[in-house]
Ligand binder design. Structure first.
Ligand SMILES: [Fe+2]
Ligand SMILES: [Fe+2]
Length: 222
């Protein structure tokens, strides 16, 4: 790999690692939100475990960023000032869970699986395979919570969840980012370009999110 590509890989992995690190905070918040709305204990337990998964993802991806950078890369303080918990109504929490969990965790799992499939580096591939498996489980937790929220909540919850699915659908209308000249090389290092991630998002929405939302009676024909 030439120096420019190595620097790009280091920067991309550092960005992935920062997002994984922020996910630790997201699950810490989700656990508190679950407790605030009286969610079943198995969902609370799954959320706590998911937070620990994110600790492992962050650690593994910071290690990869450090390897490519040739120097230690790690997290700094997260900006958690202000009202971190936000509105604790069931409708608001369920809608946010659609966006962050049902959609983003599900698509994160697909991205990691696809990145692993094209990756020629054994260490990177192992990290991506673990992330793929665990992000899929986080997605399942989100769907389980939304199902529960719809069961115990009123019309306001159903409306908020429906609106969140509609916002996710809007991604299908966004034009694809430009192709990237480094796509093939990045792929070997387990990294996806913005264009590839866009294509995976569209596929995930069509093939997983939309049918699963339809089972909850959302979407066309509902
Ligand atoms: Fe993760
Ligand atoms: Fe996750």
């Amino acid at each position: 790999m030439n120096a420019a590509l190595r620097a790009r890989a280091a920067a991309d992995w550092a960005q992935v690692a920062q997002l994984e690190h922020a996910s630790i905070a997201s699950f810490a918040r989700f656990t508190l939100q679950l407790l605030a709305v009286g969610a079943p204990p198995q969902l609370v337990e799954a959320s706590l475990r998911a937070g620990l998964d994110e600790v492992a993802h962050a650690r593994a991806t910071f290690r990869l960023a450090s390897r490519y950078a040739g120097a230690p890369v790690g997290p700094g303080p997260l900006p958690l000032h202000g009202p971190v918990l936000g509105d604790l109504s069931l409708a608001t929490i369920a809608a946010a869970t659609v966006t962050e969990g049902c959609v983003n965790e599900t698509i994160g799992a697909l991205e990691a699986a696809e990145a692993a499939a094209g990756c020629e580096d054994a260490e990177v591939r192992d990290v991506l395979n673990r992330i793929a498996e665990e992000e899929a489980r986080h997605g399942e937790l989100a769907w389980a919570f939304v199902r529960w929220a719809l069961g115990v909540g009123g019309d306001d919850v159903r409306r908020a969840v429906g609106a969140a699915f509609e916002i996710a659908e809007a991604a299908l209308q966004v034009p694809p980012p430009a192709s990237d000249p480094d796509a093939v090389e990045l792929r070997r290092q387990g990294l996806l370009t913005a264009r590839e991630r866009h294509e995976i998002r569209l596929r995930g929405l069509r093939e997983i999110v939309r049918p699963a939302a339809a089972q909850l009676e959302f979407g066309p024909g509902a």
